[in-house]
Write a protein that binds this ligand. Structure first.
Ligand code: SF4
Length: 74
């Protein structure tokens, strides 16, 4: 699997395309509150596998996209 922010331990999903990176805040307590926005498909050297959370995030994103798409089956 390709390494991206979406499957990184430090990522926090915010919307279907982006989220917050918690890497700085987790590494140094004095940097608490520093959570820059990043896109799902970004990547950096601090990447750490988030394991099963990746599938939970994908499910959440799919649910959000379903909500936005009007049901045209009528
Ligand atoms: S910017 Fe780096 S540390 Fe932050 S979520 Fe993306 S890959 Fe992870």
């Amino acid at each position: 699997m390709k390494q991206t922010c979406l499957n990184c331990k430090f990522y926090k999903v915010e919307d279907p395309l982006s989220g917050y990176c918690r890497a700085e805040a987790q590494k140094a307590p004095e940097k608490a509150g520093q959570k820059p926005m990043v896109r799902h498909d970004s990547i950096c050297a601090a990447w750490v596998d988030c394991g099963q959370n990746y599938y939970i995030r994908l499910g959440w994103i799919k649910a959000q996209e379903k909500k936005k798409t009007p049901d045209v089956r009528q």
